[in-house]
Design a protein around this ligand. Structure first.
Ligand SMILES: Nc1ncnc2c1ncn2[C@@H]1O[C@H](COP(=O)(O)OP(=O)(O)OP(=O)(O)O)[C@@H](O)[C@H]1O
Length: 262
């Protein structure tokens, strides 16, 4: 009998550890993301979600463990290979992180012009089309980001994330600071854009409404490890006390917040 073909995960982390001085942040992360899947990572503040994303992007190097993207080990790539690898990723940062010194379209086209060395006129055409895909009209393209509302800035950030048609998109708390209705609009746009691109998506969020809407699968990080992962539909009956406490936002439970003055 012919064995079933093995599908290589788009992203695979194995036993990833990362410490800063005496502080262990990632303590043996094991996680796989399938091609085309939308994975949402939940977990308390300071549990290492951003550090994990930075390790996948190659902005931080794990102390031990492996990270594979499309089957290729990425933790110790040479600069040129790393740059090639980075082209696979799009990113929507917390707070959209737009440059106020550039117009909206220049923000969207930034990676196309700087990274892919595309002529400005061609990059502008793509930027205006991507702005259209997130519901912004061409007149917005000429404005400064400071002239836009928070919801519009997120849309611009999303247009920038998809401009280069990445294979993988990271969303870092995409709905932070938005009212619930605008948050829902952004969630729908994320789902639509990811689907249109056929991309693999990894989202960090504290917003459970967002997680439910965006995720095929949810993973929870706690004390530097993935303690639960399952289909989004199972999040309310995970059978895991830590997940239950987090999802329902209860102060009482196994997760004790460490509150200390810095
Ligand atoms: N470059 C660094 N140097 C030292 N410590 C760091 C560095 N980056 C992150 N940390 C520490 O690692 C821990 C995890 O940070 P991280 O930003 O990943 O948390 P998070 O889960 O994304 O939190 P939040 O939900 O609040 O954004 C924090 O205690 C943080 O102070």
């Amino acid at each position: 009998m012919t064995p079933a073909p093995l599908t290589v995960p788009k992203i695979a982390l194995r036993n990833v550890h990362k410490s800063f001085g005496p502080k262990t942040v990632l303590n043996g992360i094991d996680l796989e993301v399938a091609k085309g899947e939308s994975l949402v990572i939940i977990g308390g503040s300071g549990t290492g979600k951003s550090v994990m994303l930075k390790c996948i992007l190659g902005l931080l190097t794990p102390d031990t463990g492996s990270i594979h993207v499309d089957g290729q080990e990425t933790t110790r790539l040479r600069p040129r290979e790393r740059e090639k690898q980075l082209h696979k990723f799009g990113m929507l940062f917390q707070g959209a992180a737009l440059f106020d010194s550039l117009t909206v379209w220049e923000n969207v086209a930034f990676g196309l012009i700087q990274g892919a060395h595309m002529p400005r006129a061609q990059a502008k055409e793509i930027a205006v089309a991507k702005l259209g895909a997130v519901g912004l009209t061409p007149d917005v393209a000429e404005l400064s980001p400071s002239e836009l509302s928070g919801g519009m800035q997120k849309r611009v950030g999303l247009a920038r994330a998809i401009a280069d048609e990445p294979e993988i998109i990271f969303f870092d708390e995409p709905t932070t600071g938005l009212d619930p209705i605008m948050a829902d609009v952004i969630n729908e746009l994320i789902v639509q854009c990811v689907k249109d691109l056929g991309a693999t998506a990894v989202t960090i969020t504290h917003d459970m409404a967002s997680a439910r809407k965006i995720a095929d699968r949810i993973a929870m990080i706690y004390q530097g490890r993935i303690i639960w992962t399952g289909p989004a539909k199972d999040i309310d009956h995970s059978g895991h006390a830590h997940v239950d406490q987090f999802v329902h936002g209860r102060a009482d439970g196994p997760i004790q917040m460490q509150i200390r003055a810095l």
